[in-house]
Design a protein around this ligand. Structure first.
Ligand SMILES: [Fe+2]
Ligand SMILES: [Fe+2]
Length: 634
């Protein structure tokens, strides 16, 4: 903090404008410059991590019965924990845990050291072992839910884990995945993790690929032909080999007809239990993913805010991301998922500062950046991404990318790059601002697509809405119109943020002047909204339109994957009349491309269809109600 104070500049000196060429935007103050950090020894932790070590499992034999002992340490003294346990059903294509029994820890006073014991022998009895799958192996995969209650009962920390055993021995276990990620019609990546280093093997369409001794495995496979594929993975350690089941997946076809799902904002919600599953909302998220799969989604786009995040602790961040991945894993075995960064998916550094109640927070400097950890957590296309904005700035790798599916290109824009609170004072970036390098990359990509006869449509996805409509009028890409009366710098002084509108405008101009962009899919707002923006839509505080927004484009806000819902704002929004449909329900989108047409089905978490509408016909934006049918598999 002291270091920060030394660098405290006067407000007027923040208004130093860096003049840039071409379509560049003059940037305010330190925006886009390396952040002025405090000292590492003055960092403040806000970690919510509860597991210090483990859980680790061993097997003991007692009175002729096998028992599993799950041991772990907590970061602070916690009361007795519970475990619910069982197998995975052998006959599920989309395996989810089948809990069958429970056990309570034998512990009288709160402690940081924990050990829960439960009976394994009973899992081999016919009543608990459908199909005799465990009996046949004399072991198998045991899944368990570890519940660590808060002493006042207000909250529980919940972890879904698994281990593998044979006879009386713990053996290697595939603890995460396998995941399928599709980069193109010919190229996929299969990834998984094992509890300890193992040698890996993938069998895909009858061909075998190997992966060297490691805990983390990523196998890139090229040269695929056809649209339907199957694969399995196996792990070998200490002369024992365990295998995943066989999963089926699709790669892009050429028929001009396919469907995909999109959603975002699954950070922890209300309702207790698995509504707050270590920072994510397992209860809603998993049911939406399962529903998207059963509605024939060939892939799923998730545009950010997976977790509560904003944590100073890298282990906390990774544990929250594990919770997100655990929630969607049953679907991720066979449906590729493309992720983007939201404004909650940050690992940060944090210093107290007398000038602000929030202190000074920014994308982690003393450790791994958000972008680095995000790229480690997920597998996304990494063949083409923007250059970093500064030599000190993070890489865009796997956060800004594109892929093609059949006749359509999907572009992920990272609208939460290199975040810092008070970026105009501190450096780094504010939420929603798109810097020059990423903009140039994006516009070039759009231009290249124009000349590509194989691509008929483009969808852009990003977390921050260019045109918010409820809880995010004060940020996103709007910041109350950038008005200095509604924006403050770190000293509480009025701050002109019209640069955010310039950034939004150049992005939307590029989008609307390209003849192939159909919709921009965003999150952040915890609701569904369909917003039509064209050259006559009022988009400024004074109600004026932007005539450069040439083609009408749909903004589809879909932030309803489990985060606390938002109602529509009663504040005046210039584009209010362009919000054609709004719903606060938890939901996901199914978008069906059929040659030149695009149909949109908005599915609520309770199985209703919020709306069904054709949004593009023969390559032109339209709005026609269509039957709200269940669309099933193609
Ligand atoms: Fe957000
Ligand atoms: Fe959110």
């Amino acid at each position: 903090m002291r270091y920060l104070m030394n660098h405290k500049l006067t407000y007027t000196s923040f208004l130093l404008i860096l003049l840039m060429t071409g379509n560049s935007i003059a940037q305010m103050g330190r925006l886009g410059m390396p952040p002025l950090t405090g000292k590492p020894e003055d960092l403040v932790s806000n970690s919510t991590r509860i597991l210090e070590s483990g859980p680790k499992t061993r097997i003991v034999s007692e009175d002729g019965r096998l028992k599993a002992v799950v041991e772990f340490e907590t970061t602070r003294p916690m009361p007795a924990a519970y475990i619910h346990y069982g197998p995975y059903f052998h006959d599920q294509k989309t395996p989810v845990p089948a809990y069958r029994h429970s056990a309570k820890e034998n512990l009288t006073a709160s402690s940081t050291r924990h050990s829960v014991t439960f009976d394994l022998t009973s899992l081999l009895e016919p009543i608990n072992d459908p199909g005799g799958a465990m009996k046949k192996l004399n072991g198998g995969t045991v899944c368990y839910r570890l519940v660590i209650p808060e002493s006042d009962g207000a909250n529980q920390y919940i972890f879904d884990k698994r281990f593998e055993f044979r006879q009386d021995r713990i053996v290697v276990c595939i603890t995460e995945g396998p995941w399928i990620d599709v980069f193109s019609a010919q190229e996929v990546v299969i990834s998984w993790e094992t509890v300890r280093p193992s040698e890996g093997k993938v069998v895909l369409d009858g061909k075998t690929y190997t992966s060297a001794l490691n805990k983390h495995h990523e196998v890139k496979i090229s040269g695929l032909t056809g649209e339907r594929h199957s694969y399995s993975v196996s792990a070998t350690a200490d002369s024992v080999t365990v295998s995943s089941r066989i999963y089926e997946f699709r790669t892009p076809g050429k028929s001009g007809k396919f469907r995909f799902a999109a959603m975002s904002d699954s950070r922890a919600g209300y309702g207790g239990f698995t509504s707050n599953f270590n920072g994510t909302n397992l209860a809603i998220l998993r049911s939406l993913f399962l529903d998207a799969k059963s509605n024939g989604a060939e892939f799923i786009i998730f545009a950010g805010d997976m977790i509560n995040g904003h944590t100073t602790d890298e282990r906390d961040y990774l544990a929250q991301m594990d919770a997100f991945k655990c929630s969607i894993e049953p679907v991720g075995h066979s449906v590729p998922i493309y992720e983007g960064i939201g404004n909650h998916d940050f690992v940060i550094d944090y210093w107290k500062d007398p000038r602000s109640n929030y202190g000074v927070r920014m994308d982690k400097v003393f450790g791994n950046s958000t972008e680095t950890l995000f790229a480690e957590c997920f597998v996304n296309p990494d063949n083409d991404f923007p250059k970093p904005e500064q030599p000190e700035a993070p890489s865009y790798r796997e956060t800004a990318y594109y892929f093609d599916w059949d006749n359509t290109r999907f572009i992920s824009v990272n609208s939460n790059y290199w975040w810092a609170g008070y970026a105009e004072d501190i450096g780094g970036n504010i939420e929603g601002f798109v810097f020059n390098n990423q903009y140039e990359w994006f516009r070039n990509l759009l231009d290249k697509t124009t000349a590509d006869p194989a691509i008929r449509h483009i969808f852009v996805f990003t977390h921050e809405p260019p045109f918010p409509c409820s809880g995010h009028l004060h940020d996103a890409m709007w910041y109350n119109g950038g008005d200095l009366n509604f924006n403050k710098n770190i000293d509480g002084m009025p701050l002109d943020r019209t640069h955010i509108l310039k950034s939004r405008d150049r992005l939307w101009t590029a989008i609307s002047q390209n003849e192939k962009v159909r919709a921009v899919i965003v999150g952040d707002e915890h609701n569904y909204a369909r917003v039509r923006i064209d050259s006559k839509t009022p988009v400024y505080p004074n109600g004026r339109p932007n005539p450069r927004f040439k083609n009408p484009i749909w903004e589809l806000i879909s932030g309803g994957a489990g985060a606390p819902y938002y109602g529509q704002s009663d504040k005046k929004i210039p584009w209010e009349k362009s919000i054609v449909k709004f719903s606060s329900q938890e939901h996901f989108l199914i978008i069906e491309v059929n040659q030149g047409d695009v149909d949109l089905y908005v599915h609520s978490a309770n199985g209703d269809i919020i709306e069904a509408v054709r949004i593009v016909e023969n390559g032109k934006s339209t709005e026609k109600p269509i039957p709200a049918r269940s669309i099933g598999d193609k």
